[in-house]
Ligand binder design. Structure first.
Ligand SMILES: NC(=O)c1ccc[n+]([C@@H]2O[C@H](COP(=O)([O-])OP(=O)(O)OC[C@H]3O[C@@H](n4cnc5c(N)ncnc54)[C@H](O)[C@@H]3O)[C@@H](O)[C@H]2O)c1
Length: 282
C-alpha cells in the first residue's frame, strides 16, 4: 500500500485519478504546470464534490476528508516524498519521457512510477528513467471515479515486484485490475477503437444510417451506447490517433483508419466537443 501518491497532470484524468486515491485514504499531491491550471482544477474538484453532496451521493464529511487528502502544486519538487507517482499529462512521448527522467531522479529509488497513457509504449517511457524496472502502466478509464477497470501494463523493464505492487494498489482503491503485457492499444482500445472505426465505415458506405447502426449494437449486443455516439464522445481525433498508432506499430492493414474518419477530423468535426461529429449536437 502506498500512503503518499503524486498525480502528475490535473486534467480530465488526473483530477479523477487523484480522487480515486484520496477516497481510499491516500495522501495525494497533484501537480500541473501553472497556477491558472491548478486553480481551475481546484475549482473543478470542489464543484464536482459539491454537486455529489447536493445529489446525496457523497456525505459532507466524506467531501471534507477528500479535500483534506488532496493538495495541489506547480512544483515537481513537492512530489519528492511520493511512494507512487501516476502520470496523466499530455499524450506525447517526448514530454512523458522528460517527466519520467525527472521523476526517477527526484523520488526515492524504490518509488513506483506509473503512466496512465492510452497508447504510448511503457517501455519507451521507461527508457528515460534511471530505474526503468520501477515503471509500469496504470491505465484508468474515463470517468476514473466511476469506471472499475484498471489495465496494469508490464513493459519490457517492469519488475515483478513493481507490477504486483501496482496491481495490489488498484485493488486496494476499489478497482479491478487486469494484467496486460505491453502491446499497442493494450486490451480495451485494441478491441474498442477498431470497432468504432468500422462503425464509421459502415455508415460512410451507406450500409445503414448512423441511428440504426447505434440501435443495432445497443439492442443486438446490449451495448449501453452505440459505437457512433461513443466515437463522438471519445472524440473522432482521439479515435483516429489510436487507429494510427495501432496501424503504425503493427503494420497490419486491419487497423487502417477509415478515410471517412480522416475526413471528419480534417473538417474539424470531432464529435461532442466541437458540437458535431457523426451526429449533430448543436
Ligand atoms: N481522456 C481520456 O478519456 C483518457 C482515458 C485514459 C487515459 N488517458 C490518458 O491520460 C493522459 C491525460 O489525458 P487527459 O485527457 O487527462 O488530458 P488533459 O489534457 O485533460 O490533461 C493533461 C494535463 O496535463 C498537464 N501537463 C502537461 N504537461 C505537464 C507536465 N510536464 N507536468 C504536469 N502537468 C502537465 C496539462 O497542463 C493538463 O492539465 C493522457 O496520456 C491520455 O492518453 C485519457
Amino acid at each position: 500500500m502506498f500512503e503518499q501518491v503524486a498525480v502528475i497532470g490535473a486534467g480530465t484524468m488526473g483530477l479523477d485519478i487523484a480522487q480515486c486515491f484520496a477516497s481510499a485514504g491516500r495522501n495525494v499531491i497533484v501537480r500541473d504546470v501553472s497556477e491558472a491550471i491548478v486553480s481551475a482544477a481546484k475549482a473543478r474538484l470542489t464543484g464536482a464534490l459539491e454537486r455529489s453532496v447536493a445529489k446525496g451521493r457523497l456525505a459532507p464529511g466524506e467531501r471534507d476528508k477528500l479535500l483534506e487528502n488532496i493538495s495541489f502544486t506547480t512544483e515537481l519538487a513537492d512530489c519528492a516524498g511520493a511512494q507512487l507517482a501516476v502520470e496523466a499529462i499530455v499524450e506525447r512521448a517526448e514530454v512523458k519521457k522528460l517527466l519520467f527522467a525527472e521523476l526517477s531522479k527526484l523520488l526515492a529509488p524504490g518509488a513506483v512510477l506509473a503512466s496512465n497513457t492510452s497508447s504510448i509504449s511503457i517501455t519507451e517511457i521507461a527508457s528515460a528513467a534511471t530505474n526503468p524496472q520501477r515503471v509500469v502502466g496504470m491505465h484508468f478509464f474515463n470517468p476514473a471515479t466511476v469506471m472499475k477497470l484498471v489495465e496494469v501494463i508490464r513493459g519490457a523493464f517492469t519488475s515483478d515486484e513493481t507490477f504486483a505492487l501496482v496491481k495490489a494498489e488498484a485493488e486496494a482503491i476499489g478497482k479491478t485490475p487486469v494484467e496486460v503485457n505491453e502491446a499497442p492499444g493494450f486490451v480495451v482500445n485494441r478491441l474498442l477503437i477498431p470497432m468504432l472505426n468500422e462503425a464509421v465505415g459502415i455508415w460512410a458506405e451507406g450500409v445503414a444510417s448512423a441511428a440504426d447502426i447505434d440501435a443495432a449494437m445497443k439492442l443486438g449486443c446490449n451495448h449501453p451506447m452505440g459505437p457512433l455516439a461513443l466515437a463522438d464522445l471519445v472524440g473522432l481525433d482521439v479515435v483516429l490517433s489510436i487507429m494510427e498508432t495501432l496501424h503504425r506499430e503493427t503494420g497490419d492493414g486491419k487497423y487502417r483508419p477509415h478515410p471517412k474518419l480522416r475526413q471528419l477530423v480534417r473538417a474539424g468535426t470531432l464529435g461532442r466537443k466541437t458540437g458535431k461529429g457523426v451526429f449533430d449536437y448543436r
